[in-house]
Write a protein that binds this ligand. Structure first.
Ligand SMILES: Cc1ncc(COP(=O)(O)O)c(C=O)c1O
Length: 210
């Protein structure tokens, strides 16, 4: 997660670029994982850092509704042309045509803004998998939120290592699909039985590269 200090630095770069080019530059934050933070971390809201900012979010993760395609876009409340911005966004959504949540659900999610999935459950899964994998020798940053891990592949060829894990019936995604070859991504929003069942496969796969 970006700290308030890093956000400040990003925003001063944006303001310098705005002055240089003589036009507004928006900070757009795509944050469906905003409520999925661990260890009591506080999220530094971008609205405190830049007036020309937009938050886009989805309830795929915080309400565990993947595929429902429902969320919202919020513009900074002090942005002067916010109604023009909102009109533009509504128009874009209409012309896209395929991302239109049912009207009734759009009313219902308003009442669900203070609700989220049980974050402690995800944190418990993170701790279990992080401790187990690091003990086996996998190297990774401990996730501060969401439900993914991004370990270094024990061989530079992440696609080769993903295939090796597949041989042990463990499914993960090569890091090069996310612009970072040499790593792979694990998603751990799974039941405990599946996570426990994957450990022998993780162990056998790394063992072959020692
Ligand atoms: C960072 C990020 N933004 C947006 C989305 C898309 O959410 P939705 O399922 O509502 O299309 C995802 C889903 O994986 C995501 O990880």
């Amino acid at each position: 997660m970006y700290s308030a200090e890093v956000l400040d630095e990003i925003c001063s770069l944006i303001r310098e670029a705005e002055a240089e080019h003589g036009r507004e530059i928006f900070l757009v934050s795509d944050e469906p994982y905003r409520k999925l933070l661990y260890d009591g971390l506080e999220y530094p809201h971008i609205f405190h850092h830049h007036q020309r900012s937009i938050v886009a979010t989805s309830h795929s993760k915080d309400l565990a509704l993947p595929g429902e395609r429902i969320g919202y876009i919020a513009a900074h409340p002090d942005y002067e042309d916010k109604s023009e911005l909102a009109d533009g966004l509504v128009f874009c959504n209409r012309t896209l045509g395929f991302v239109n949540a049912p009207a009734l659900m759009q009313h219902i999610v308003r009442a669900l803004q203070s609700v989220s999935v049980d974050i402690d459950e995800y944190q418990r899964k993170r701790d279990f998998l992080y401790d187990s994998l690091t003990q086996m020798g996998y190297n990774m940053v401990k996730p501060q939120g969401a439900f993914y891990m991004f370990p270094a592949s024990p061989t530079p060829d992440d696609v080769e290592f993903v295939a090796a894990l597949q041989e042990h019936k463990v499914l993960v995604v090569p890091g090069r699909g996310f612009g970072l070859p040499g790593y792979f991504r694990i998603s751990y929003c799974l039941d405990d039985h599946t996570l426990e069942g994957a450990l022998p496969g993780f162990e056998a796969a790394i063992e072959a590269y020692r």
